[in-house]
Design a protein around this ligand. Structure first.
Ligand code: C2O
Ligand code: CU
Length: 471
């Protein structure tokens, strides 16, 4: 496939502003306008929220302060809880002096609600508002963040969590807590705490911790005090999860892990995260228990050599997509690294098929196709948490070996050095969708591409003239 500049009659993305800078362009012509790809205007059940992008001075519980860019004055912004099946309506108001958007990470929204500046909307300018509308179809743990200058804006605090509560829960949770991990001035925080924070739970109760990593590189975490289950990945429940004892789980950028456990008869359960040297540290930590438990001292566990492996976890179950399904199209995407220029800046360049955005190839898919993607990390530039917008994929195989445990459905897959992952999804959500590394530094340095359905047109453009910079 060609670059954005010579796509001919392929997708109609107007990147003319990038072309003026020598980057690539497409004619914007007639087709299905992105603006028509919308959720219904109203529904019987509507969950309505307002998020105000605003500056805030954060003081963390324990230690540390930060000047942050926030939704509603905190970072993470409010955890939005919606009910499965409801129409979610979110009004974004921008009180910052920079443009912002909101991307609903992991949610199969209609394309016009995807929040990608220059692709599905213009960045919302200071003083302006924008309304997002989507149906909350799939229950689970999601998150939201700005997709204008997302490396800078998400890093500065423009993110929060979204929980879609199941209409018919499969399991009962007595306590349900959402925790975002974010590094502020080299200090890791769980939500607004860099110290010890406590969550109340009584003996025998079932607790679900919904964790998201809003940073750019993986975090290793574990729970001590009770065996735990990895109940869901990226919001999607696993089949037959089995109890784990103090096993570290590695959560890469943008991924969500739901951990569940039953409170023991005595003592607290503690959540620990590892530092940069791969050793558990404290603070920060989270203690789950009762008042008198929070005083008890709980020692830092040693790091185990073995790390949680989702490719062998839980029990097999029938899945709509199997390794031997018939795939209408397969794209191999090689994840690479070089030095050079991206967006006219010299420095590191992270590439997809040897190119950096917007020169990366576009992947064409047609409605109804079963699409297979093969991510091949053949560079030594660390792991790449590859994220697909608008769709959830089934993980088929790692390094050519099919999964042996539960089916796994993700929107972000961590591809380590010299690893290959095969994933597949139904092309069931027409639009122009990004695929990019969620190490947002990598995305900011070229590691983005577009997955496009035929004949979709957008009136928006990326570049200096429009001021839209999705990453
Ligand atoms: Cu979490 Cu393209 O985004
Ligand atoms: Cu990357």
């Amino acid at each position: 496939m060609g670059t954005a500049c010579d796509m001919g009659n392929m997708p109609q993305m107007d990147m003319s502003n990038m072309c003026q800078t020598g980057n690539g362009a497409l004619p914007s012509s007639a087709g299905i306008p992105i603006t028509s790809l919308q959720a219904p205007q109203t529904a019987t059940h509507v969950d309505e929220f307002t998020l105000i992008a605003q500056y805030a001075h954060l003081s963390f519980m324990s230690k540390g302060q930060a000047d942050a860019w926030t939704y509603n004055g905190t970072s993470p912004g409010p955890t939005l809880r919606a009910h499965q099946g409801d129409l979610v309506v979110v009004h974004l108001v921008n009180h910052l002096t920079v443009g912002v958007t909101i991307h609903w990470h992991g949610v199969a929204v209609p394309n016009s609600a995807d929040g990608v500046a220059g692709v599905t909307q213009n960045a919302v300018k200071p003083g302006q508002t924008y309304t997002y509308r989507f149906l909350a179809q799939d229950p689970g743990t999601y998150w939201y963040h700005s997709h204008q200058e997302s490396f800078e804006e998400t890093g500065n605090g423009l993110y929060g969590m979204l929980v879609v509560e199941p209409a018919r829960p499969v399991v009962h949770d007595d306590v349900d807590a959402a925790l975002a991990l974010h590094t502020w001035n080299n200090t890791l925080a769980f939500n607004m705490s860099t110290g010890t924070q406590s969550i109340n739970a009584r003996p025998g109760q079932w607790v679900r911790l919904r964790l998201v990593n809003t940073d750019n590189s993986p975090h290793l975490l574990t729970l001590k005090g009770a065996p735990f289950l990895v109940a869901a990945l990226d919001g999607h429940e696993l089949n037959g999860p089995t109890p784990l004892t103090a096993l570290p789980v590695s959560i890469d950028a943008a991924q969500r892990y739901d951990l569940r456990f039953q409170m023991p008869q005595h003592g607290p359960v503690a959540l620990f995260a590892a530092n940069g040297n791969g050793q558990y540290q404290t603070p920060p930590r989270v203690l789950i228990g009762q008042e008198n438990d929070f005083q008890s001292s709980i020692s830092i566990p040693p790091m185990s050599q073995k790390v949680f492996d989702f490719t062998t976890y839980g029990h097999p179950a029938p899945d709509a997509i199997k390794p031997n399904s018939h795939f209408d199209v397969t794209y191999t995407i090689s994840l690479g690294f070089t030095f050079g220029f991206s967006n006219m800046r010299p420095g590191p360049v992270f590439t997809l098929d040897g190119e950096s955005f917007p020169h990366t190839p576009m992947l064409m898919v047609r409605p109804g196709e079963l699409v297979r993607l093969r991510f091949v990390n053949d560079a030594n530039a660390g792991d790449h948490p590859m994220h697909l917008h608008g769709h959830t994929f089934t993980v088929l195989a790692k390094n050519g070996h099919p999964l042996t445990g539960s089916p796994v459905h993700l929107d972000t897959i961590s591809v380590g050095p010299h690893e290959t992952y095969d994933v597949a999804f139904y092309a069931d959500n027409p639009g122009l969708w990004m695929i990019h590394c969620h190490n947002l530094f990598h995305a900011n340095h070229g590691m983005d591409m577009m997955l496009v359905y035929p004949n979709i047109s957008t009136p928006y453009s990326i570049g200096y003239a429009s001021g839209n910079f999705p990453d």
